[in-house]
Design a protein around this ligand. Structure first.
Ligand SMILES: [Zn+2]
Length: 369
């Protein structure tokens, strides 16, 4: 069964809400019809000509990329300008394009988390916290025989997480009252008669980006025609959100050995590193893509090394002065693990829909001789 492209976009935004993106960024729909039906999804880093060819070969109706197709507002769609001709070629081929960029970098489970996991880091935290996740408490009142179904529905929408514990809720029994007006179809009782019923007050916690989905799933699972529920904003904050991650290796390694480990873990022909080769590294900062701007932050949290891409000569010099080693594994090299992880995530979320999701990891952007 096909699904709408908008549904795939919704699944991605559950992981990486667009509200997390940097201000200058342009994530979300790039082109095509969000209502179009999709049997095959291609996930890649860039919306390049090779990706378009791959999408055509696979007959994918939707391409999900990390880097957006458009960063500047278009004033025309000229076929004599390469970038605009490429956009037109996607339209002509009937391939819709959707992107999750800096929102996926910031999101828990996003680009740098995938990179940290790939490098085997433990005790992973956000390197540059920008904000904390806003939390809500959601409370509803459910007949006892339906409380498990409503609780499960809320949990399936991402409510009820406290640290690494899922399904957190509190349930207490009480008496609910209601008087159904004429023309209603009450689950319990009759129109015009005041009812007193046993109900469970079910309360749980939900991060802001999951609130809409949690309410909608809760309403679907709830047996009442008119569901009573409350939503409270909480002063308590949730997880830190921001760019980059920092974590620890299980044991300290000489820089050169760790650089080799990075090369192998990311499947790269080479990585470039700056720092004393025998110096032990244990605390590792990572940022998929271009993370040289986080050099100061990496040093401030006591990292021994920063793994990222696009490091310039003077960035590495500045890092060296402050005692931080740097490993440049390339922009694509540090972001490609996320392409595969995102394809796996979409596949899992679309289980049972018979939609084929393929990850396309482009050939290396840097060749070495
Ligand atoms: Zn990037």
């Amino acid at each position: 069964m096909s699904v709408s492209a908008a549904r795939v976009a919704g699944i991605i935004e559950e992981l990486a809400p667009r509200s997390l993106a940097e201000e200058w960024d342009n994530p979300g729909w790039q082109l095509g019809d969000p209502a179009c039906r999709v049997n095959r999804v291609l996930v890649s880093l860039d919306p390049g000509p090779d990706t378009l060819e791959k999408a055509k070969e696979l007959k994918a109706e939707l391409l999900v990329t990390h880097h957006p197709l458009f960063f500047r507002p278009l004033k025309h769609l000229r076929l004599d300008l390469p970038e605009e001709a490429l956009a037109a070629a996607f339209l002509k081929a009937g391939v819709a394009v959707y992107s999750a960029h800096t929102n996926l970098d910031v999101a828990p489970g996003g680009t740098s988390d995938v990179l940290a996991r790939r490098l085997g880091l433990d005790k992973v935290e956000v390197l540059a916290p920008r904000e904390a996740e806003k939390l809500y408490k959601i409370v509803t009142f459910v007949p006892p025989e339906h409380v498990d179904a409503v609780h499960q529905a809320l949990a399936a929408a991402g409510a009820g997480w406290i640290g690494n514990y899922s399904h957190c809720s509190f349930q207490v029994e009480g008496t609910g009252t209601f008087l159904p007006a004429a023309g209603t179809h009450p689950y319990i009782g009759r129109p015009g008669v005041l009812e007193r019923v046993r109900e469970i007050r079910l309360e749980t916690i939900v991060p802001a980006p999951r609130l809409g989905e949690a309410i909608s799933r809760m309403l679907k699972a709830h047996p009442y025609e008119e569901v009573a529920y409350d939503v409270y904003p909480l002063a308590r904050e949730g997880r830190a959100l921001g760019l980059g991650r920092v974590g620890e290796l299980k044991e300290a390694l000489p820089l050169v050995r760790f650089a080799q480990l990075v090369k192998e873990a990311l499947g790269l022909p080479a990585v470039w590193y700056a720092g004393e080769e025998e110096r032990p590294v244990r605390k590792v900062a990572v940022c998929g893509g271009s993370g040289a701007s986080l050099i100061g932050r990496a040093r401030a949290v006591g990292a021994d090394v920063l793994v990222t891409g696009d490091v310039k000569y003077h960035d590495a010099q500045a890092a060296g002065l402050s005692g931080l080693a740097v490993i440049d594994a390339g922009h694509a090299g540090t972001e490609n693990p996320m392409v595969t992880a995102l394809a796996e995530y979409i596949t899992e979320k679309l289980a049972g829909e018979e939609v084929e999701v393929t990850a396309y990891v482009a050939p290396p952007d840097r060749r070495y001789v």
